[in-house]
Design a protein around this ligand. Structure first.
Ligand code: PAF
Length: 295
């Protein structure tokens, strides 16, 4: 496996690969969730390329950019163990010229869920993903369902800009108690870690209500919020949002449009527990993941 830190030498190595390429972009701090993306990448192409880059433009002011865990050597070992051909781990200077002024913005899909709470975040993501796709030129790029909104935005971007890449989504990897695997789980102490299972349990609660026949999105959101509020370290103030949205357009169900129709719905939430802002989501009209089946 080769590791490249600058674009020119990466491009040379990329040109030398024979066959198709699947690409997994990451912020590093590789965990089981990333490994599932990499396995999917290995399955659908001849070569796997992984990028490791803590992208500053997607961290809004006051967020955890400085504290975000960085472990390049360890990450590269994990990539190698999964049969990755090249790791692209650029420096910030390599990715962003001092006077860079170009941003990729996707309208509409960014107005709900994490969009209002994280101004500029999705512009940072779509801009860096565009740059990475231009540099890596993969046939396939693999993203996690865990960042459901990010995945929907990237799919839209690729469609709207006719980018020649297939976007593949991979189901969220969960701990045995249902908690979605995330680098930010490392910020939790033991008690907070126990409380963090509340997110997936609240989603499972809403899933059960939906599958018993409840179609009123506001009542489903209320059921999930009620469940969250029974946990020690979670109060109203720590819930950023709990929302039900259309699976593709991400249009919010609520008010006059509270009735969930044929298209189904995704329930998504963001909750602060201690230093961590955790997100999770669940498709209500799909089978319940095994780890949530006692929720
Ligand atoms: O999901 C992530 O880890 C990041 O948002 C991504 C796609 C690597 C862009 O920096």
């Amino acid at each position: 496996m080769e590791v490249h830190r600058d674009i020119d030498s990466f491009r040379q190595a990329r040109r030398d690969l024979d066959g198709t390429v699947a690409f997994v972009p990451t912020l590093g701090s590789i965990h089981e969730g990333h490994l599932a993306l990499m396995r999917e990448g290995r399955r659908c192409a001849d070569h796997l390329i992984v990028s490791i880059f803590v992208n500053p433009t997607q961290f809004e002011p006051g967020s955890d950019y400085e504290a975000y865990p960085r472990a390049l050597e360890n990450d590269c070992e994990k990539c190698e163990s999964l049969g990755c051909s090249i790791v692209f781990a650029p420096t910030e200077d390599e990715m962003y010229a001092d006077d860079h002024t170009t941003t990729v913005t996707i309208d509409g899909l960014t107005d709900v869920l994490c969009g209002p709470q994280r101004p500029g975040h999705f512009d940072g993501v779509t801009t860096v993903v565009t740059k990475l796709l231009n540099i890596v030129e993969p046939e396939t790029a693999v993203f996690g369902d865990k960042d459901y909104q990010q995945l929907a935005i990237i799919r839209r971007m690729v469609r709207d800009l006719n980018m020649p890449v297939d976007i593949v989504g991979v189901p969220t990897v969960r701990e045995t108690d249902g908690l979605a695997v995330s680098s930010r789980n490392d910020y939790l102490d033991d008690a907070q870690r126990r409380d963090a299972a509340a997110l997936s349990r609240a989603l499972a609660r809403a899933w059960h209500r939906f599958n018993e026949g409840l179609r009123d999105a506001e009542q489903l959101v209320e059921a999930a919020r009620h469940h969250l509020l029974t946990y020690d370290s979670i109060d109203d103030a720590s819930i950023d949002y709990v929302q039900c949205v259309h699976p593709e357009t991400l249009q919010l169900y609520g008010g006059k449009h509270r009735e969930i129709g044929e298209a189904g719905a995704v329930m998504a939430m963001a909750v602060h527990i201690g230093e961590a802002r955790l997100i999770d989501n669940l498709r209500l009209d799909a089978p319940l993941p095994d780890e949530l089946s006692d929720g």
